[in-house]
Design a protein around this ligand. Structure first.
Ligand code: AMP
Length: 398
């Protein structure tokens, strides 16, 4: 059980509070095209303002790799945050991130003021977790708050290194929610506990499968991943995406599930197409039916959707990572939609891993019906693998 100190456990009145946020938003010609990450950061920032802290925000944006690339400046974020918070967020333009400008801006702060530092990855040491930049960041603050789950699986100066040089390091509300759901709910779930895995590759989900087989009552595997299992069991899968090197692994997992008493559900039918295209001719490959050469399995079929939905209906906790098919093309989105709808209608604790499944759920309009949608892709996968995340571990225990 992870039990970290949070912003609710500290008194920041008059203190300089450095908050590591995830403001890595998509930008087009200086315009923010998706501000979900900014909105998600507001509760922690508002709490610290209300408590009379001097709020110093920092984040990375893109991959400037140690260079002060103007198109990757966080200035547009400061402008938009000012609007969202309805108060000035001063931008501390500074190619060194913690240089003369940033230090002067912090020194001039009053209680409740907010400033945003420049892109932490303007400094090459950031991603190397070096001491010099970590100390620079720590010198600006009395208290450190980490609310950036998206980078929690990496040990960088602005989320891990800095904590070595401050007395108090706590998590923000967003991070707390990720810990509560992806960490603790998965460790100690209400049962039956159903995990749904999909997406492109078995190879990238091996540690997740291994970890979840020790915890779940039912493991559902859809998406292209399932074709490796089908080929391993002797079916022909045509031109579907398969990782032939992982067939033996797939068979081992089927055995492991049996040994552990886990119900492993694979698709019993597939939507197939004669090209990897939304305009292709479509068909269905039924249970134990080969997929013809030249055809691609691009979604789970209707019977599989029914089977998976029924499993979701009986669950008390559901974790989902990876789409059931090529949901980006409308003809192959039905399986992913059926699963998303089942989760939306369920009273279970529903947890969506970041990345494609989060995008699918939001795009299909079910976002507000889920208990938790993770804000981190790689980080949520590593949490589900049972790994310790450096960004979480670095916060003070309660
Ligand atoms: P991942 O990043 O491994 O979760 O994979 C997500 C991607 O898997 C999405 O872009 C889907 O389009 C893709 N995907 C899911 N099912 C299939 C499939 N049957 N064939 C090819 N790609 C798929």
């Amino acid at each position: 059980m992870l039990n970290k100190k949070s912003v609710d456990d500290i008194n920041v009145k008059g203190q300089r509070v450095l908050v590591r946020c995830d403001f890595n938003v998509p930008l087009q010609e200086g315009n923010i095209t998706d501000e979900n990450r900014l909105v998600a950061a507001l509760p922690t920032i508002q709490k610290l303002i209300a408590d009379g802290g001097k709020v110093i925000l920092c984040s990375h944006l893109g991959k400037p790799k140690g260079e002060a690339i103007p198109t990757l400046s966080l200035e547009p974020v400061a402008v938009r945050l000012s609007e969202l918070l309805n108060r000035e967020v001063k931008f501390a333009a500074d190619a060194e991130v913690v240089g003369t400008n940033a230090k002067a801006a912090v020194a001039a702060m009053h209680d409740g003021d907010v400033i945003l530092l420049e892109n932490t990855r303007y400094r090459a040491e950031e991603t190397k977790n070096g001491d010099a930049f970590s100390k620079d960041l720590a010198s600006l603050c009395d208290v450190f708050v980490n609310d950036a789950f998206g980078t929690a699986h990496r040990a960088h100066c602005s989320n891990v290194g800095v904590t070595q040089f401050v007395d108090t390091a706590v998590v923000g509300y967003l991070m707390q929610k990720e810990i509560d759901f992806l960490g603790n709910a998965v460790e100690n779930p209400a049962r039956p506990f159903v995990a749904i895995l999909g997406g492109a590759k078995v190879s990238s989900k091996i540690p997740v499968i291994e970890n979840l087989l020790d915890k779940v009552d039912t493991l559902i595997i859809g998406g292209a991943m399932s074709f490796t299992f089908m080929q391993a069991q002797g079916l022909k899968v045509g031109n579907s995406l398969v990782e032939a090197d992982y067939c033996q692994y797939a068979l081992d997992m089927v055995e492991k599930a049996k040994t552990k008493g886990v119900d492993l559900l694979l698709p019993v039918d597939s939507v197939i197409a004669d090209a990897f295209s939304n305009d292709a001719n479509l068909g269905i490959a039924g249970e134990n039916e080969d997929i013809p050469d030249g055809w691609f399995g691009l979604d789970i079929g209707p019977k599989s959707a029914e089977l998976f939905v029924a499993a979701v209906k009986s669950a008390k906790t559901v974790v989902w990572n990876g789409p059931m098919g090529c949901f980006e093309m409308s003809n192959f989105a039905a399986g992913t939609k059926a699963v998303a709808e089942a989760l939306a209608d369920s009273d279970a604790v529903t947890i969506i891993g970041g990345g494609d499944s989060a995008a699918a759920v939001n795009q299909m309009g079910f976002g507000d019906k889920m208990t938790h949608i993770s804000t981190g892709g790689g980080a949520s996968l590593e949490f589900l693998e049972g790994k310790e995340l450096p960004g979480v571990a670095a916060a003070n225990d309660k």
